[in-house]
Write a protein that binds this ligand. Structure first.
Ligand code: SF4
Length: 456
């Protein structure tokens, strides 16, 4: 008899939908149906049992091919790579659980590594603004229940977070928003007329790279001062109309995406967005929230801030002292300066996301990818270690984009023998401790890791 599992969390985007219903086969090995998920979330679950999975670690051979090795051999290889490196980098963590992140931090601390997550190349600039200017935010539940004005700025949830609008912002009926969409005003501000803009009541086509100017105009107008006839491609009348709607809102939320933090101005755009939110709170209640991408990319910020005081770009090369300095300790900058001599890519695809020059530098040194799937990073690695898929095969804590922790469950077992990120890092940590103990007992000689890469 197939079994229905309810309240399952989706391990894809930062909306972290936790209302999925997954039907598994009576032997508990196959996912038959996924209800309530969007097309992307649906695919994540079916991929687990529908296609080919890598079930053993694969080590690059001299002829360029991969050879299957055991998890013990992979753990030994990874530990020796970290042990022999002067400045290893462990990067990624968008797609794993908080338990895996904490275990990886233990490894980074013991190995004296730099520990970084995908915020380094996405919402890192948001962190810089938040450090400077605070974060007047809320939960997605508060937005659903209270917000009568929603602003999407530089974000396109129709594509990137498909159920965001139906679960939390535009369409749902909340406690004080019983008429759903009819009780809300939707404003979209974006240089592109996106699919999200199609459902907006007001769409402002801000001139590319001029978001800061438009924020300034809103702040000026809300304070009752004169503004020019046109700012950032938007007419004065439209700016005054939107400023008035914002001031008169009962509760508003600005959701912003990488259109703000990855265009000209970067952290300064987010900084002034926060200032606008604060200004609006002189009149009514306004909140702001970053549209975090991966389902648990908020997690490393929470876990590592608790452990070390910093959310990303953590330099642990001094082992017992952490410091953070984006530009100096950020992954891409380190790679571009060729300062890193070993790289672990975990739960992301640096091969696809980093600039090619950074990838070329990282490829000069041992590169290990930890990921359930085959991706660009796994295919250029010296070692690819498959792990269970969090939220499908591995349970754990994830942080939604509004910093709310959610306990994810597993619905099926991972392929036989495949372990979790957490167990893998725990085993690497244990092996590193053994290597340290061996060195303490025998002197400074260090073992070279087995496995070599073909000439390129
Ligand atoms: S909106 Fe995001 S979290 Fe929700 S089902 Fe789709 S991909 Fe999964």
């Amino acid at each position: 008899m197939p079994k229905k599992i309810e309240n399952v969390g989706c391990p894809y985007c930062g909306v972290c939908c936790d209302d999925l219903v997954v039907t598994v086969s009576d032997d508990g090995k196959k996912i038959l149906e996924v209800e309530n998920a969007c097309a992307i979330g649906n695919q994540i679950f079916h991929h687990a049992t529908g296609g080919e999975r890598v079930k053993l670690p694969r080590l690059r051979q001299p002829d360029g091919t991969y050879k299957d090795i055991s998890y013990d051999e992979a753990v030994d290889y990874a530990a020796k790579v970290l042990y022999n490196a002067k400045k290893p980098l462990i990067y990624g963590f968008g797609s794993t659980n908080c338990e895996g992140m904490a275990a990886a931090a233990k490894v980074a601390e013991r190995a004296g590594a730099v520990l970084d997550n995908c915020a380094s190349i996405c919402h890192g600039s948001s962190f810089l603004a938040i450090f400077d200017n605070g974060y007047p935010s809320c939960t997605l539940g508060e937005t659903k229940n209270r917000a009568d004005v929603i602003v999407y700025w530089g974000a396109n949830p129709a594509h990137a977070h498909p159920r965001h609008m139906s679960r939390y912002s535009i369409f749902p009926r909340g406690f004080f928003t019983g008429k759903g969409h009819k009780s809300r005003k939707i404003i979209v501000i974006d240089p592109r007329h996106t699919d999200t803009a199609q459902v907006a009541d007001i769409y402002l086509q801000v001139k590319q790279g001029h978001d800061y100017d438009l924020f300034n105009a809103f702040r000026t107008a809300i304070r009752g001062h004169e503004i020019p006839a046109e700012v950032a491609g938007i007419k004065r009348e439209q700016i005054l109309e939107v400023a008035n709607i914002m001031k008169k809102a009962r509760f508003g939320t600005i959701f912003y995406g990488m259109g703000l933090c990855h265009s000209d101005g970067r952290n300064h755009n987010v900084d002034i967005a926060i200032s606008l939110t604060r200004d609006l709170n002189d009149h009514t209640k306004w909140t702001i929230m970053a549209m975090r991408g991966h389902y648990n990319i908020t997690g490393p910020g929470a876990v590592w801030s608790w452990q070390y005081g910093y959310p990303y770009c953590l330099d642990l090369t001094k082992k017992d002292i952490a410091h953070m300095n984006p530009g100096e300790t950020s992954s891409v900058d380190l790679a571009m300066r060729d300062e890193v001599d070993a790289f672990i890519n975990i739960g992301t695809d640096a091969g696809a996301h980093f600039p090619i020059e950074a990838v070329k530098h990282l490829r000069k040194h041992p590169w290990i990818t930890i990921d359930p799937n085959i991706c660009m990073a796994s295919e250029i690695s010296d070692l690819h270690i498959p792990v269970g898929i969090v939220g499908v095969e591995v349970p754990g804590i994830v942080y939604r984009m509004d910093n709310v922790p959610i306990q994810y469950r597993k619905v099926i077992d991972p392929p036989e023998g495949v372990i979790s990120d957490e167990e893998l890092f725990e085993r690497i940590h244990k092996r590193l401790s053994e290597l340290d103990a061996e060195e303490a007992a025998k002197g400074p000689a260090k073992a070279a890791p087995a496995g070599v890469r073909a000439e390129e």
